[in-house]
Design a protein around this ligand. Structure first.
Ligand SMILES: Cc1cc2nc3c(=O)[nH]c(=O)nc-3n(C[C@H](O)[C@H](O)[C@H](O)COP(=O)(O)OP(=O)(O)OC[C@H]3O[C@@H](n4cnc5c(N)ncnc54)[C@H](O)[C@@H]3O)c2cc1C
Length: 406
């Protein structure tokens, strides 16, 4: 086999989007995927403007829009009484950040990158389970002993990354929360649903999300709750009986969605503690392999896509021969941003799941927020930073209006 310019391990959204980004520079990229076929399981995914900006740069945004839904509004409601708490006007958000908020089936997004890779001539190999790596020279070794070599190896091998063991001696962190997903043809939903909205109902130790997919043909639903069995330390946690109990005290709109969740598969929610070093020699981590978040900010796949874009932008800027420079620039900017996302996602989840007086206090604070207050989204949805000095402050100070200064 010829030696490619780049090896990418893992053919998920992170690996394929990175392979495509690098192939656009004229590099010969090989992707090594352990599965028999390239594909994605799961349902919908939300793509904020910091991602649709990159899709646009790749020439893929129009196709993504055609396959997904561009909603008008995102609204957060209390899961117990069903009342509105706060909202984002997604049309105004698009004006602010220059790119839309999009929701899409994850298999459609994955297919978009897979097709783009095929069209760009990326070498796509399946049934390649990588069991070990070296960083100098960069190699990835399969379980049958085949040694793949390239000037640089990008490991995008997900939450249970083998490559991560080269960088950290850690394990995924269980949140004791579990997600059920489900898509329902819109004609079979059996209740009125406004598909111009992305809705999240937040409740004590649970939340429920729904939005449209595929031009409004499908309704995507996600039901997430804390598993009492997980909290008690039992192995068999997150089972459907726990799903029904967790949502028993929620409002009618949420309860109407619960019977339509898939009940034969559920996703236990893990993240990992942030790690500061992602690059060793010519081996680099990317995507969930390095920063798997809890999903509350809906930024996991986006961070992976951003990683690949940043790496490719530096490779382009420095010339594709200067991998040491490009990897150093990637290492300089991405870990800090992703650390903030992972830790903020944990805190955001805690806020969603409050009970009692804390829930009341949260509701009062969220209701007081102005719809056009973007202090909490600028650092996330603005342009992806290429250099540490471009990384925005986490929360822009709220400007004082005349008279407020006292
Ligand atoms: C309920 C839920 C909702 C979410 N919602 C959103 C959202 O709205 N927006 C968003 O941006 N993100 C969201 N995410 C997060 C997002 O799904 C992940 O962050 C993203 O898919 C990670 O992509 P990845 O390519 O890094 O990893 P993965 O998708 O895990 O891909 C890793 C790939 O590597 C392969 N692989 C693994 N080990 C090996 C090996 N040893 N050798 C070869 N190949 C290997 C795997 O088979 C897989 O194909 C959500 C996650 C969950 C669970």
């Amino acid at each position: 086999m010829d030696t490619p310019d780049v090896l990418v391990v893992g053919g998920g959204i992170g690996g394929l989007s990175t392979a495509f980004a690098l192939s656009r520079l004229g590099l010969r990229v090989r992707v090594l995927e352990q599965a028999k076929e390239f594909g994605e399981v799961g349902a919908g995914i939300q793509l904020a403007p910091n991602c649709t900006r990159i899709l646009d740069a790749y020439g893929l945004l129009d196709t993504a829009k055609a396959r997904g839904v561009v909603p008008d509004r995102m609204v957060m409601r209390d899961a117990v009484d069903g009342r509105d708490l706060t909202a984002l006007d997604l049309r105004d958000l698009e004006r602010r950040y220059g790119f839309p908020y999009l929701v899409i089936h994850r298999s459609d997004l994955h297919r978009l990158f897979l097709d783009a890779c095929r069209d760009a001539g990326v070498e796509l190999l399946t049934e390649q389970r990588i069991v070990s790596y070296t960083h100098d020279p960069a190699t990835a070794v399969t379980d049958d002993g085949t040694v793949h070599t390239a000037p640089v190896v990008i490991a995008a091998d997900g939450l249970h990354s083998v490559a991560r063991t080269h960088f950290a001696d850690d394990q995924p962190v269980s949140s004791a929360y579990v997600a059920y997903r489900g898509t329902v043809p819109i004609a079979e939903v059996g209740r009125p649903v406004d598909l111009s909205e992305v809705v999240v109902y937040v409740g004590p130790r649970c939340h429920f999300v729904h939005y449209g997919l595929r031009g409004g043909d499908l309704l995507n639903q996600v039901a997430v709750f804390e598993s009492p069995k997980a909290v008690a330390g039992l192995e068999d946690w997150g089972t459907p009986d726990e799903l029904d109990t967790a949502f028993a005290a929620t409002c009618d709109e949420v309860q109407a969605g619960i019977p339509r969740m898939w009940r034969d598969k559920w996703w236990r929610m893990f993240d990992r503690n942030p790690i500061p070093t992602w690059v060793d020699g010519r081996l680099a981590l990317l995507g969930d392999a390095t920063h798997p978040p809890l999903q509350y900010l809906a930024q996991g796949a986006i961070m992976a896509i951003e990683d690949g874009w940043v790496l490719a932008e530096h490779a382009k800027r420095l010339g594709t021969g200067d991998w040491d420079g490009a990897l150093a620039a990637y290492q300089a900017v991405r870990p800090e941003h992703c650390r903030r996302v992972v830790l903020t996602a944990r805190a955001w989840g805690n806020l969603w799941h409050l009970d009692g007086v804390e829930r009341e206090q949260r509701n009062a604070l969220l209701r007081a927020r102005a719809t056009d207050d973007y202090a909490f989204t600028d650092w996330l949805y603005g342009p992806t930073a290429l250099f540490p000095e471009d990384e925005p402050a986490m929360f822009e100070p709220v400007p004082l209006v005349n008279g407020d200064a006292g």
